[in-house]
Structure formats: structure tokens, C-alpha cells
Design a binder for this molecule. Structure first.
Ligand SMILES: Nc1ncnc2c1ncn2[C@@H]1O[C@H](COP(=O)(O)OP(=O)(O)OP(=O)(O)O)[C@@H](O)[C@H]1O
Length: 326
């Protein structure tokens, strides 16, 4: 049985339309008009237990709305959802004990209290014995390198420490399905890496299923083999990140440093010129022509150094969203 099974999921929000000014306010009061915003449109996918899936889309694409439906915070307008064998919006205790939702821009820890106190509250909510709670705090704090900070009021933690503490609190009941909405938002590179590493270990240790949204592609490339792309509420890609790159970036970047400057006209036959900076040139070369072009360049041009890389993944995803379809 898949951990998450979604069929034809749709969410339409009614949004009140209000004209400006006093007349608009009065009209709004007596005869309210609505327009329908289709935030999620006929989305279907299935995620197996233990998978880590990246859920990507531009702002307003419908990611958070989908996560809210998967965690039972809002009702779908139509379609079926099953998470850990439950219908999320019924919000049964046995469902809530198996999932967690972490939102990078929202916090559940109590601001003026030390993290430890919030963890005790969560322990009571999930009926953990004192020993279980101690063991889990010890294990997770150790994984997150947070033990020293647990007695400090949350408001005195750095952003990165706070996010780790949020993660600890969200996982104290050892959920099997994790929904993470921008868990590394605003963190510096080191803190992002620490959170990623932690998620990798948690996934492996508990075979947890993870659905992750992030605008940082490094999170996705480090954690997810599979990505779902959503655009204007519609799922436009479901598959491996590698296939996506191959499909949408049928070229590779060749960076060459020459012993002396080479005129642009002499470079044109080799590929599309991206930039020329003195003796350093970046070209885009189609994947199927790469071997031929590289050997020709080495034979015919004064090449000092040459490297071949994939284009940045952000650019590839950006292209997909610009095109709007796959
Ligand atoms: N409560 C709401 N009422 C009305 N419209 C909403 C509501 N919540 C979201 N929307 C609209 O639904 C669409 C999808 O929003 P959603 O927050 O799901 O996008 P998102 O992909 O998570 O975006 P972001 O990356 O910016 O967080 C947007 O057009 C948004 O304005």
C-alpha cells in the first residue's frame, strides 16, 4: 500500500470580491460576490513508503494547499486522498500520530519557553512515557546537535537553531510521513546542510516517507530522486530529477580557458556562446555532439583548460515553468 495516494484532487477557494471605497464596502456587506480560485486542479500521484519526494512549483502554484489537504487541515473540493491508510480530513488520532507538518514560516514552539518545555507538552499530547520522551529527546537532539540549546528560551535561539528545535518538536512522536514546507527557509548554507543531513538520517533510520517543498534546489538535489512539479494548480511532471534535466536541458555547459583570446566568430561552430571573458569562454553544446565538439576544440583551438558541467538545476526547472507544460 502506498504511503500517500492522491486521485483527482482539486481545491477551489471562493474569494470575496470587494470594490474600493465606502460604496464598495456597503455593497460587499449586503451583496457579497465571489470568484473561484482553483488552487489545485485534478492532481493525482502515489508515493511509496520510505520515498523522499520534492514538490516544486513557482509561487502560488498550489504546493501549500496540497500539503494542507494531505495533512487534513483543509477539505478538498473533490478527489480522494489517503495518507498512511487514513483519510486526512477525518483527523483521526491514529492518523495524526503518524504524520507531521513542518512549515518553515510558522512555528509551534512557545516563544518565551525553553524548547524542552514545548517538548514536554508534545510528549503529553502524544502520550509518551517519561522514559520514552527522554530517550527520544536525547536521540533527536544528538542527531541535530542541539542538546546544549534545549534549556534556552526559544526567542534566544538563532534562526537555524530554532528550525532544528522545530524539527525536533515535530518529530518527537516519530511520525512515518513527513510533510515539510520550506524547512530551510532563510537558513544559512551550514544550517541548510545540517537540516538536510538530519532528514537523510531520519529517513533511513525510520523508513519515513518525506514530501518536501523548497525553493532551494540544493535541498531537492541532496534529498530527492523523484520530483513532482506543479504549475498553476496542475501537476505537470512526476518522475526522476535526472530525466527532467535530460529532457529539458539537452545541452551541457563547456567552459574553456584558452592560452590566448579567441575571436567569437571562431567559436561559433562549436556551440552557442554563453559568455566570453578574456580567454575564458562558456559554450552550450548539445549532449549528442559533446564528444565530437570537445575533441575538435582540443585539436583546433589553443585550449589550456576545459570543463564540462550540467547547467544549474534552477535554470532547468525555470525553463519547465516558463514553458508551462512537460
Ligand atoms: N485561503 C485561501 N483563500 C483564497 N485563495 C487562496 C487561499 N490560500 C491560497 N490561495 C490561493 O491559491 C493559490 C495557491 O496557493 P498556495 O499557497 O497553495 O501556493 P504555493 O505553491 O504554496 O505558493 P508559495 O510557493 O508562494 O508558498 C494562490 O493563487 C493563492 O493565492
Amino acid at each position: 500500500m502506498p504511503a500517500i495516494d492522491v486521485h483527482n484532487l482539486t481545491k477551489v477557494y471562493p474569494v470575496a470580491i470587494k470594490q474600493p471605497g465606502l460604496a464598495g464596502t456597503l455593497r460587499h456587506f449586503f451583496r457579497r460576490q465571489y470568484r473561484q480560485v482553483k488552487a489545485v486542479n485534478d492532481v493525482s500521484f502515489s508515493i511509496g513508503a520510505g520515498e523522499v519526494v520534492g514538490f516544486l512549483g513557482p509561487n502560488g502554484a498550489g504546493k501549500t494547499t496540497t500539503l494542507k489537504m494531505l495533512t487534513g487541515l483543509i477539505y478538498p473540493s473533490s478527489g480522494q486522498v489517503s495518507v498512511a491508510g487514513h483519510t486526512p480530513f477525518q483527523r483521526q488520532r491514529s492518523f495524526l500520530e503518524q504524520i507531521t507538518l513542518v512549515m518553515g514560516q510558522k512555528q509551534q514552539l512557545i516563544w518565551d519557553l525553553p524548547t524542552l518545555d514545548s517538548l514536554r507538552i508534545n510528549g503529553a499530547i502524544y502520550d509518551l512515557s517519561a522514559q520514552e520522551l527522554r530517550d527520544r529527546i536525547h536521540e533527536l537532539a544528538d542527531m541535530l546537535d542541539l542538546t546544549e540549546k534545549l534549556t534556552q528560551p526559544v526567542r534566544k535561539l538563532s534562526l537555524g537553531e530554532r528550525m532544528k528545535a522545530e524539527m525536533l518538536a515535530a518529530l518527537i512522536h516519530r511520525p512515518k510521513v513527513l510533510f515539510l514546507d520550506e524547512p530551510t527557509l532563510g537558513l544559512d548554507v551550514n544550517a541548510q546542510m545540517a537540516v538536510r543531513k538530519f532528514l537523510q538520517i531520519y529517513n533511513q533510520r525510520y523508513q519515513a516517507t518525506i514530501v518536501l517543498t523548497s525553493h532551494y534546489m540544493a535541498d531537492i538535489t541532496a534529498l530527492c530522486d523523484r520530483v513532482l512539479l506543479i504549475y498553476q494548480g496542475t501537476l505537470i511532471y512526476d518522475g526522476s530529477l535526472n530525466n527532467l534535466v535530460e529532457q529539458f536541458a539537452p545541452y551541457r555547459e563547456v567552459t574553456a580557458e584558452f592560452a590566448q583570446e579567441v575571436p567569437a566568430a571562431a567559436l561559433e561552430p562549436y556551440g552557442e556562446i554563453q559568455s566570453i571573458d578574456g580567454c575564458k569562454v562558456v559554450l552550450l553544446v548539445r549532449r549528442e555532439d559533446l564528444t565530437k565538439i570537445v575533441s575538435q576544440a582540443l585539436a583546433q583551438l589553443p585550449v589550456h583548460d576545459l570543463t564540462v558541467t550540467d547547467p544549474p538545476i534552477e535554470d532547468v526547472i525555470g525553463k519547465v515553468f516558463d514553458a508551462g507544460i512537460v
